[in-house]
Design a protein around this ligand. Structure first.
Ligand code: BMA
Length: 752
């Protein structure tokens, strides 16, 4: 669907969204954005952010092109006001309650309605709402959001915090990546980034309704329906649960005045389960909840969900502890990547692009994505797409790379955020687990903050106690209470990559290659139980560089190329490995050089992925850093900002295929690594060709394997043959056939 069609559809839906007793009115139109600098006075619609509005009005250049970052940084240190005048439909004012609901405000804003303060928003990731019936008039209501200077406010909050925290952004519940990252400029968005609505209702309504799977077998699934019911009075209500249009069960219950969380268990016989990609189908069920008082319908909600269980398995063994996921009781080898926000200007994220990106992931055999904790919680669209494509989501809470404040107000804010996000996402079968955040415990133990920030022992104790309270108590308690079916993992990784335990238990971010400047071959030794980050940079597609350069000449040192490289040593590290691994290549121009950087990245990632997969079941997951980009940039991604696959992404079609064939260069035996949930009964053919395609060697081996098995096969004479042959002059072809069917193939050329 085109963006405009989606938009019109959304407006129409919003305008006539009468859920019987509940009436909604969109408040997204006729807004004004004002700001002193540039005499800004713009007519805008929301959701939107200042950076987007200024660009749309032609007041600033495109934030992703050229070398404009520095010119645009003033925007987040400037006060802005969004205001609107609106009328309220009579039917709303007749209801008992009329709530004004902001699904997302980024970040600090004083919100007033008709001159009365409603609240001070201070968390990008929360819903902000209030009953405004007493303040509303039928006509000409004035709603104003005053956004203070974000940077100055944050600095003041940061400096007031004792002891000193590692990062400034720690004090603000706002997407960390917008403060600058090693792939992101410092575009701190300001605005109303999600829809605004009036929601009017009488008596009672369903604020939230979601369904989770507790247990599931072929014959029966046990599910739980969670309801948040808001009521103006005490009384008796009924929740009717319909499945695929048919009444399944009725749950009578009592309510008191206010909000209440209600939980009901029910069963589905002979369920069709939801499976990750290539493990089975992605069956989705549509449930409907009807909230009734006697026979009067008060509210209803539809829930699309799938029936699936997920467990995180950690069992002791002779090396340490296993770490893997069982989906519907079946061990899953996780193949995927880390996902970062698709845009720097967060309101530019659009579902068509998300679909294309995730479809490219699915086509490359992904079954998992980790939503990295330095970004934003993805939209419902993202999760709907993952539901339909079978991508299991490792969801970080949005905390990354710093210690956080630990006062009561911060903790309460964090708890409400977690509660809302857990409830919003719980029905999605693609949601696999919740993780506390990115590289926080790693940072605490390994990055020397104690010394660099001069913490006393007491400071250190207080900060660590705050960490424990948030990541070991509050967040897991919220997940357990309001979901109860998803595993919780406090920090990714669990141990820093310099520690031996990082390879024997938990998940590991192996950054010895790249950050530690080790060669790609080291990936072969650094195989953890679950490699949840590793990667190497390459330039994006040459056409992407041409777009950002806008006609300027391109070279390694051109300003625009440097402005789109955010890692201090990035240019050098890419160059080092091009020379190391492609010494005989002489790129004739920058375009060839760019291309070579992609071949280098692909070569390194091939070594890593092969090492991980062939170590199954010791290793049970490989998620490289990173799937995508938030703007056109040189980075670790396999797909660039404009959706161009890099050489590495194309290679994933073989590297992540359900059956991977690999040659173990230590003993020249062949690994057959199968993620198939069926037996294999086939023949492995190994053949070697010279540069003129003459077959120099061929051998066949019978292959019989169980589901989900990884086995090594000895191939008669192969070792001796290869030992005596120059790898640069041959091509090795591996093929697994079952009858007439080609189950897997791999072509290994010229040492690369
Ligand atoms: C990882 C991530 C990001 C970062 C990446 C590359 O540790 O968690 O913080 O962008 O490394 O340096």
């Amino acid at each position: 669907m085109r963006k405009t069609t989606l938009f019109i559809l959304a407006v129409v839906l919003a305008a006539c969204s009468h859920r019987q007793n509940v009436i909604e009115q969109d408040v997204g139109q006729n807004w004004t954005l004002t700001g002193d600098t540039l005499n800004v006075n713009l007519s805008v619609t929301v959701p939107s952010v200042v950076q987007q509005n200024l660009y749309d009005a032609g007041l600033i250049p495109h934030p992703y092109l050229g070398t404009v970052e520095e010119e645009l940084l003033w925007i987040s240190d400037h006060p802005w006001t969004y205001s609107t005048r609106f009328n309220v439909d009579e039917s709303l004012l007749e209801k008992d309650v009329v709530e004004l609901v902001f699904e997302g405000i980024d970040t600090y804003a004083l919100v007033t309605l008709n001159g009365q303060k409603l609240f001070d928003a201070n968390n990008q990731f929360r819903i902000w709402k209030q009953d405004v019936k007493p303040l509303l008039k039928p006509n000409d209501n004035l709603l104003v959001l005053d956004f203070p200077r974000y940077d100055s406010l944050q600095t003041a909050l940061y400096e007031a915090h004792q002891p000193r925290l590692p990062e400034r952004y720690a004090v603000s519940r706002k997407a960390p990546y917008q403060h600058g990252w090693d792939w992101a400029p410092k575009y701190k968005n300001v605005g109303i980034w999600k829809p605004v609505q009036l929601q009017a209702w009488s008596e009672a309504r369903l604020e939230n309704a979601y369904i989770v799977t507790n247990e599931a077998s072929k014959s029966q699934a046990q599910l739980t329906l969670h309801l948040d019911v808001e009521s103006t009075q005490s009384g008796e209500l009924t929740a009717e649960l319909l499945c695929q249009g048919k009444l399944l069960q009725s749950f009578p219950f009592s309510v008191v005045q206010g909000n209440q969380h209600k939980v009901f268990n029910f069963n589905i016989n002979n369920p069709e389960l939801w499976w990750p990609n290539e493990m089975g189908e992605q069956k989705l069920y549509v449930f409907e909840i009807k909230l009734k008082q006697h026979d009067k319908l008060l509210d209803s909600k539809k829930i699309t969900t799938g029936i699936k269980t997920v467990q995180m398995v950690q069992e002791p063994d002779d090396k340490g502890f296993s770490f893997y996921f069982k989906v519907n009781g079946v061990p899953m080898y996780a193949k995927g990547a880390n996902y970062v926000p698709e845009e720097m200007i967060e309101t530019w994220i659009n579902p068509d692009h998300t679909y294309k990106l995730l479809k490219m992931a699915q086509d490359a055999h992904f079954n998992m994505l980790r939503v990295w904790g330095g970004g934003i919680y993805p939209s419902d669209d993202f999760f709907n797409i993952c539901d339909s494509l079978g991508i299991l989501v490792w969801e970080d809470f949005m905390y990354a790379g710093t210690m956080y404040p630990y006062d009561e107000a911060f903790m309460e804010n964090a708890k409400i955020e977690a509660l809302e996000q857990v409830k919003r996402l719980a029905s999605h079968p693609s949601l696999g687990l919740w993780c506390g955040g990115n590289e926080i415990s790693e940072g605490y133990y390994n990055w020397g903050w104690q010394q660099s920030l001069g913490w006393s022992e007491d400071d250190d104790r207080a900060i660590k106690a705050g960490y424990d309270r948030l990541f070991e108590t509050i967040l897991p308690m919220v997940v357990d209470t309001y979901d109860g079916t998803r595993p919780y993992w406090p920090s990714s990784p669990s141990k820093g990559w310099g520690r031996p335990e990082s390879l024997t238990q938990g998940d590991v971010h192996y950054w010895g290659v790249w950050w530690g400047e080790q060669p790609y071959e080291v990936y072969r030794e650094k195989v953890g139980r679950f490699n949840s980050e590793y990667g190497y940079q390459s330039y994006p597609d040459y056409s992407t560089l041409q777009k950002i350069a806008q006609g300027e000449p391109l070279s390694i040192d051109s300003k625009v190329i440097q402005a789109h490289q955010k890692h201090a040593r990035g240019t050098q590290l890419i160059d080092d490995f091009i020379h190391r691994y492609f010494p005989s290549e002489q790129p004739k121009n920058f375009e060839e050089y760019v291309n070579l950087s992609q071949h280098s990245q692909a070569y390194g990632m091939e070594i890593a992925i092969e090492a991980h997969r062939t170590a199954k079941p010791y290793n049970m997951g490989t998620l490289y850093w990173q799937l995508n980009d938030a703007w056109p940039v040189t980075s670790w991604s396999s797909i660039d900002y404009y959706g161009n696959p890099k050489v590495f992404h194309e290679k994933l079609k073989t590297l992540y295929a359900p059956v991977l064939l690999s040659l173990d260069k230590r003993d020249y035996q062949v690994f057959v690594t199968s993620d198939l949930l069926r037996n294999i009964d086939g023949v492995l053919t190994v053949s070697v060709f010279d540069q003129d395609d003459n077959c120099l060697y061929e051998q066949k081996v019978k292959v019989e394997m169980n589901p989900n098995q990884n086995r090594k096969y000895h191939v008669e004479g192969l070792h001796e043959f290869l030992w005596n042959t120059d790898p640069q002059s041959i091509t090795v072809r591996l093929e697994l056939t079952e009858g007439e069917t080609l189950t897997a193939e791999r072509v290994l050329t010229g040492g690369h």
